[in-house]
Design a protein around this ligand. Sequence first.
Ligand code: FNR
Length: 368
Amino acid sequence: CMPILEQCYNLMDFEAVARRVMKKTAWAYYSSGADDEITMRENHSAFHKIWFRPKILVDVEKVDMSTTMLGTKVSMPFYVTATALGKLGNPEGEVVLTRGAKKHNVIQMIPTLASCSFDEIVDAAEGDQVQWLQLYVNKDRAITKRIIEHAEKRGCKGLFITVDAPQLGRREKDMRSKFSDVGSNVQNTGGDNVDRSQGAARAISSFIDPSLSWKDIPWFKSVTKMPILLKGVQRVEDVIRAVAAGVDGVVLSNHGGRQLDTARSGIEVLAETMPELRRLGLEDKIEVYIDGGIRRATDILKALCLGAKGVGIGRPFLYAMSAYGLPGVDRAMQLLKDEMEMNMRLIGCTSVDQLTPELLDVRSLHTH
Ligand code: FNR
């Protein structure tokens, strides 16, 4: 029989339930990675190559997990990253994640390819709740301009341009499931003819412009005052180039292992990036985030120790939402919060500014 919500004790437990209760096509779309899914697995296992060097006998009675992301104060150093097609997992779609994010005071990144409309997701936010926009850049820049201007007008506080997907990866699990219901509300796709035989991802992505390049960055800066971040950066050279291009941040990410298979994990790229940024005196010029494979608070702590401002989490909240709706998302976030508080105590830190590289032993990370 199905576990009840209270029997989910960590983020992996939600995945196990979701796998059993979700429609096969929906499970295939959410859970798949590109090709042999080597990068998808590596995203998770890379964290196991980093070990803690905890401090003892620190007064850790009071622990403060809060931090800021792009100037917004948040209760914990993670955000809900953009994942397309929320209604595959829950009839209410992305607004469930909006409500969970509100409850825990974390930021939600709204996907271009949400199954709720952009306005529905913004309308579901309450009070001063902060949302960001993930942008797939349309071949028709007039459409993209409208999306950006509308997001800014509706109060979005960050523009995350996805740069790891000039063409959508081959997610064979998804392709095999011969996706038929493309989610009637998918917005802004430019009305292309949709080929459903290639799976959900490919069916909805044909509008994405593969000619997008560094030359386009000044244009984005000219059409918005929102901070601009590049999502899907995978090498330190490109981080440095992003600083030179005047963007406000990067997400070191491989799209949850759904794009280039055998690309490195975000945490590995972070370990390559931060020492170089420090050497060049650039570490304060840009906010660096990572996503991919984050399932435990220890993963988040490792990323922060290495210099990330915060981390994005994708599938775990989709699975929690698909299995249990809002109570599932709420519990998943609460579990992370509890793990985080405990683990900060156990490594001898009472605030996120105390998370530094010397708390880690990364020697095994660089041995392959
Ligand atoms: C994604 N991701 C993604 N990224 C993006 O920029 N635009 C998008 O539309 C989507 N859609 C999407 C759908 C699904 C089902 C998944 C699982 C992922 C990638 C996402 O933002 C993020 O990079 C990864 O999900 C992070 O890895 P984890 O946390 O899922 O392991």
